[in-house]
Design a protein around this ligand. Structure first.
Ligand SMILES: Nc1nc2c(c(=O)[nH]1)N[C@H]1C(S)=C(S)[C@@H](COP(=O)(O)O)O[C@H]1N2
Ligand SMILES: [Mo]
Length: 583
């Protein structure tokens, strides 16, 4: 073979590979778009990326998840989905390239992904119907079919050549790069194969002056057919995908309407008035009340559940429940409501981290409801020591029955900062228990409460190496100055932040500059022992680099430990420091 011919052949091989990869991408794209649209008819959570993402979240080791939350914060789910899409993109490219050699294998590969998606969707904890498999199956069938068709266009010439040269069945398109005529130029591409005038291409033949300016004269594929099909597939997938997206986005109309109709009644027991001095007038310190907008969000839900409050029910049952109960939202609204400011914190919050917020919750005292069901805490002879809350998305969260019934304001919350709960924060009802981390108390989208024991049942996070019991650790955070701030020497720098030890209360906050003595910070007035407390410390800044450190002491007299621990299994400990340079 001449040098020229070799080069031509190489180009053709590359082109075939690239077009195969493109076919794979289009197949994957059409599969996901189809799945998205079909998921509208089933439920948004059944779409394969969501289902696989959910399965991935559930299987991610605790340490990796913790790292992801730390690294990406509330964007962790977006990052996960982008990661899944990136992996799918690479696999689609590989399958497409493979399909140019083994056409059926490529399509079978796409179908296999459909099986994986269908399996993930139907094995999600909140999946109640085999129909959850439909989006994945439909998407895979469309994707596999499209790949088969597109690769067929690429092998068009091969087949025509085969038809006419049965003695050389293995000769592939790329092996005959210099077919004299590009069949794409045939008026009827589908028939181009049989009407191809050039049945005996010679590898070393010189390119014929073809009507199509095909650089190297390489042919053997149905160019027009491919371009038409690929363009149509891309356009159709975009349309179908966008339609599915917008319909899924517009879903939950009943839930939205039910939320809009809610008028929270005045509580029977209002929150004690917050003392004026609870909020310091210091710039850049976290506001005493965290708005719903700014409240941190941590959960495993890739699609925020939209629950219709009208049909929502909460069932209470299990060990020692003398009278099982199922309550509706309307019934809860008619019960005596209490309103309380309670600071909620996430166990994944590292020292100095942002996953803590203080809101005004309104709801039903959980202990009242449990007593109506005849539940007794262990200290009064009750057989159940663990209360397991289950959400509509299959989350399970276990709290000590003793804590929930010891007189603290453990709530079935219906409202947050004067509004019905936002969907992302658990609408229509969630739990909030002062003094416990969210993962052992604050179940959102709750629909079931089971009384059981710690011996008998491990909830979601406990199965993933987190602690069974996790009272809040005393913590303090420097909000200002920010790390690497550069205040002027001689100026007074306001060092300020928040400290929390829910249900014990904060009694003292101290600040240390470098290795100097601990100095007492000014504490803002205490709202309740269930809320965080702001603090400030005016410091005459001296030039040079400095490390500011804070520590708090709770009302039991215990000072926050210096010992640094990871967030797993029961919350980070250690002192928060900020390094600054004074100019
Ligand atoms: N259904 C459900 N409830 C949940 C979770 C979850 O993943 N799913 N996460 C818990 C955790 S770890 C925390 S810290 C709080 C966070 O509540 P927020 O998102 O309203 O701040 O919700 C808790 N309730
Ligand atoms: Mo959490």
């Amino acid at each position: 073979m001449s040098k020229e011919a070799k080069k031509t052949r190489r180009t053709a091989v590359w082109r075939l590979g690239a077009l195969g990869a493109l076919s794979g991408l289009l197949a994957g794209y059409s599969a996901l778009a189809t799945a998205e649209l079909v998921s509208v008819a089933v439920r948004a959570e059944s779409s394969p990326v969501i289902a696989v993402g959910g399965a991935a979240i559930d299987r991610t080791p605790a340490a990796v998840k913790d790292w992801a939350i730390r690294q990406f914060g509330t964007n962790d789910k977006l990052v996960l989905q982008l990661g899944i899409l990136a992996v799918l993109t690479l696999l689609a490219i590989a399958l497409g390239a493979l399909a140019t050699r083994y056409r059926r294998v490529g399509s079978a590969g796409v179908l296999l992904f459909g099986v994986v998606g269908a399996f993930a969707a139907t094995s999600r904890p909140d999946s109640t119907s085999a129909t959850d498999a439909l989006p994945s199956v439909a998407g895979a069938v469309v994707g596999a079919g499209l790949l088969y068709y597109l690769v067929g266009r690429l092998q068009h010439g091969k087949r025509s050549a085969r038809a006419q040269e049965p003695q050389e069945p293995d000769q592939t398109a790329e092996q005959r790069p210099v077919q004299a005529r590009d069949q794409a130029d045939e008026a009827a591409p589908a028939k181009g194969a049989t009407t191809s005038p050039d049945a005996t291409p010679s590898p070393d033949a010189t390119p014929s002056p073809d009507a199509t300016p095909s650089r190297d004269g390489e042919a053997g594929w149905d160019r027009r057919g491919f371009i038409v099909a690929a363009t149509a597939a891309a356009a159709a997938s975009t349309g179908v995908g966008l339609l599915g997206r917008s319909l899924n986005g517009a879903g939950g109309q009943d839930a939205i309407a039910s939320r809009n109709r809610i008028k929270l009644p005045a509580p029977e027991s209002a929150a004690p008035p917050t003392p004026k001095g609870a909020a310091l007038r210091v710039k850049d310190v976290s506001p005493f009340m965290t708005s719903n907008q700014d409240f941190y969000r941590v959960d495993t839900a890739l699609v925020v559940p939209k629950v219709d409050a009208t049909s929502w029910r909460l069932r209470i049952h299990g060990k020692g429940v003398a009278r099982e109960k199922t309550v509706s939202f309307a019934e809860l609204l008619r019960m005596p409501l209490i309103e309380r400011n309670i600071t909620l914190a996430c166990v994944s919050n590292e020292v100095g981290g942002p996953y803590v917020g203080n809101a005004r919750w309104i709801g039903v005292r959980l202990a009242d409801l449990l007593e109506q069901c005849g539940v007794k805490p262990p200290s009064k002879g009750g057989p159940a020591d663990q209360l397991v809350a289950r959400s509509v998305d299959g989350m399970t969260i276990g709290s000590p029955v003793e804590d929930v019934m010891d007189g603290r304001d453990a709530l079935l919350a219906l409202g947050m900062n004067g509004q019905p709960l936002p969907f992302a924060h658990g609408f229509p009802v969630r739990m909030v228990v002062p003094g416990l981390y969210g993962f052992v108390s604050a179940c959102k989208w709750i629909e079931d409460i089971e009384l059981t024991t710690f011996d008998d049942y491990d909830p979601y996070w406990v199965k993933r190496d987190w602690a069974r019991k996790a009272p809040i650790k005393t913590q303090s955070r420097i909000d200002t100055p920010k790390p690497f701030a550069r205040p002027k020497a001689g100026s007074t720098v306001m060092v300020a932040g928040v400290a929390w030890a829910q249900h014990r209360g904060i009694d003292k906050v101290e600040v240390r500059v470098d290795d100097g003595a601990w100095q007492q910070a000014d504490l803002a007035a205490e709202d309740t022992r269930d809320t965080w407390r702001q603090w400030s410390f005016p410091w005459k800044a001296t030039s040079g680099g400095h490390t500011l450190t804070v520590r708090a002491t709770d009302r039991t007299g215990e000072t926050q430990t210096q010992k640094r621990t990871r967030t797993i299994p029961d919350g980070a400990s250690g002192w928060h420091s900020v390094v600054i340079t004074v100019d």
